[in-house]
Design a binder for this molecule. Structure first.
Ligand SMILES: C[S@@+](CC[C@H](N)C(=O)[O-])C[C@H]1O[C@@H](n2cnc3c(N)ncnc32)[C@H](O)[C@@H]1O
Ligand SMILES: Nc1nc2[nH]cc(C(=O)O)c2c(=O)[nH]1
Ligand code: SF4
Ligand SMILES: [Mg+2]
Length: 243
């Protein structure tokens, strides 16, 4: 009997391994840099960028990654984990494209949640539900965009996401104009975002100056909100990939 049960156990392990080997993710680039955005800005981070997006923001700086014909590597969760471990860097940013639209992404998130001493963050566009991610013990922190009017994608925002926000999460408003800033202010107030999570205002590179954002913040007494510049675009050529 003992032999039979250990045989069954081995077969089950084998089936599970085969299943995990067949789940792959479309990775268009992976690299280590300093995080130029978010709560870990300025710290070393590993970036895993997934192919494909369900939105098409006017200002998107990674349109190349969204194309169907973008060159990608198929990686299993284990290969992604091996890469992460090989770097000795503890911050991991999953981005894209839209990471939460990657097939079987929950499987990868669950695997990553089991690794000790890493911080996983997901950059997501605000149109996809984050509810499932919150069921994971040690869930990744979420940086959730609210796509403002000038992005042309505002109508796709899933506002039910705000019921799931925690203090480790961030809502980010990428602004192109004063009109965008006004809308950001309305949404921040309507959903009491500063009491739920971190709130960032960022500028679309070369569309609005950081000084204009600061002036708007001063004029409207916007406390508990961070101005966020994409640091990597000041350090390197703003069009450079892999930094
Ligand atoms: C390329 S997106 C990928 C993740 C996800 N699709 C999203 O939109 O959050 C990563 C972050 O870069 C921001 N971003 C994209 N293009 C930008 C630009 N031209 N200027 C400033 N931020 C930009 C997005 O708003 C998002 O916060
Ligand atoms: N250095 C650097 N930091 C980043 N933070 C978020 C990024 C993204 O594209 O999601 C990004 C990026 O592309 N590069
Ligand atoms: S949602 Fe993100 S990746 Fe998709 S088009 Fe907008 S900025 Fe680009
Ligand atoms: Mg980027």
């Amino acid at each position: 009997m003992e032999n039979i049960s250990s045989d069954i156990e081995n077969i089950t392990k084998e089936i599970k391994k085969e299943k995990s080997d067949t789940i792959t993710y479309k990775v268009v680039e992976k690299f280590v840099s300093i995080n130029g955005e978010g709560q870990k800005a300025g710290q070393l981070a590993i970036f895993i960028r997934f192919q494909g997006c369900n939105l098409n923001c006017v200002y998107c700086d990674t349109k190349w990654a969204n194309q169907k014909e973008a060159k990608y590597h198929l990686m299993t969760a284990q290969q992604i984990i091996d890469y992460i471990k090989s770097t000795n860097v503890k911050n991991v940013t999953l981005t894209g494209g839209e990471p939460l639209r990657q097939e079987n992404i929950m499987y990868l998130l669950e695997k990553l949640s089991l690794i000790e001493n890493i911080n996983v963050e997901i950059e997501t566009n605000g149109s996809v539900s984050i509810a499932e991610t919150k069921k994971i013990k040690n869930s990744p922190s979420i940086t959730l965009d609210y796509k403002l009017p000038d992005s042309n994608m505002e109508k796709y925002m899933d506002l039910s996401n705000y019921d799931f926000l925690e203090s480790k999460d961030t809502v980010k408003f990428v602004c192109s104009s004063i009109n965008d800033l006004k809308k950001a202010k309305d949404i921040i107030e309507k959903y009491s975002l500063t009491s739920k999570c971190k709130v960032y205002l960022s500028s679309v590179f070369e569309k609005i100056t950081p000084a204009e954002i600061v002036d708007f913040m001063k004029e409207h007494n916007m406390n508990d909100i961070n101005l966020q510049l994409q640091m990597h675009k000041y350090i390197w050529d703003p069009n450079l990939k892999g930094v």
